[in-house]
Design a protein around this ligand. Structure first.
Ligand code: BTN
Length: 271
């Protein structure tokens, strides 16, 4: 099993204007927690935390994020954007597109985004039969606020890279890995580097005030589909009509009202 190659990654990012420091751990409770600690302690924008394994990896909505040692990309990036707290989802949009592009560059997979933050693949099966979508990566974005102002944003991404086909179902019923989808092991350091370079390229326009939500919405598998939305107040069924500039999902319910969904679990009713 390969380890992430810090020498290669560090050397490649030497000329980067964004990436400052790569913090590597074999094992950590959660790369997001460590990145948030560093952010609170004043670490520079462009600090990245990577690990081979997390003992308390977290997903959205209080879920656990599991991945066997040395098989995945477990990475948290620290940003200090000049944004309002409500705009922090722009970083999620940017990083999800960067990660999807990086995966598409090293595989022949077509990667889509399932609102708000899942990277999914839904390719044909071995005999070209239609296949249900499966999740290859997830993103957890967390903000640090001081007096109501955005101090930092941590975007944590977990990509199931070399998780064995027999192990993916143990992560979650709809999980898959790049190894499972392509049949080949991938170089995780190369994938990480490509992703970080793409995040850097996309971050420059965001810093100038551009909002990536239009491009992001075009990559959403969710739009135009009938979806189930489970949120704390109950569940809704409707057609995902669009997203607003802050990334909220605009859902046309069966009763005809337009609901703005900020945080929820969305299931595509299409298989
Ligand atoms: C989700 O799909 O619900 C989001 C999963 C995010 C997992 C990543 S792995 C790296 C970072 N550290 C964490 O504890 N979570 C994120």
């Amino acid at each position: 099993m390969d380890r992430l190659d810090l020498d290669v990654i560090g050397a490649d990012l030497e000329a980067s204007w964004l990436w400052q420091d790569i913090v590597y751990r074999h094992r950590v409770e959660s790369t997001n927690d460590l990145a948030k600690e560093l952010g609170t302690d004043g670490a520079l924008e462009g600090t990245v935390v990577v690990a081979e394994e997390q003992t308390a990896g977290r997903g959205r909505l209080g879920r656990r994020w599991l991945s066997p040692y040395g098989t995945s990309l477990l990475c948290s990036m620290l940003f200090r954007p000049a944004l309002q707290p409500i705009q922090a989802h722009r970083l999620t949009m940017l990083c999800s597109m960067a990660a999807a592009d990086a995966i598409e560059e090293v595989t022949d997979l077509s990667v889509q985004i399932k609102w708000p933050n899942d990277l999914i693949v839904g390719s044909a099966g071995p005999h070209r039969e239609p296949r249900r979508w499966h999740k290859v990566a997830g993103i957890l974005t967390e903000s640090g606020l001081t007096n109501g102002h955005l101090d930092f944003v941590v975007v944590g991404i977990g990509v199931n890279v070399n998780v064995l086909p027999g192990e993916v179902a143990e992560l979650s019923p709809r999980a898959t890995s790049l190894l499972t989808e392509t049949g080949s092991e991938l170089d995780r350091s190369d994938l990480l580097l490509r992703m970080l370079r793409k995040v850097e390229t996309r971050y420059a326009p965001l810093k100038r005030g551009e909002n990536p939500h239009r491009e992001w919405s075009q990559r959403l598998a969710t739009l135009g589909q009938e979806v189930h939305v489970d949120q704390s107040g109950g569940s809704l069924v409707g057609v995902a009509e669009g997203v607003d500039p802050n990334g909220a999902l605009l859902l046309r319910t069966r009763e005809g009202s337009l609901e703005r969904i900020l945080a929820a679990d969305v299931t595509l009713t299409r298989r």
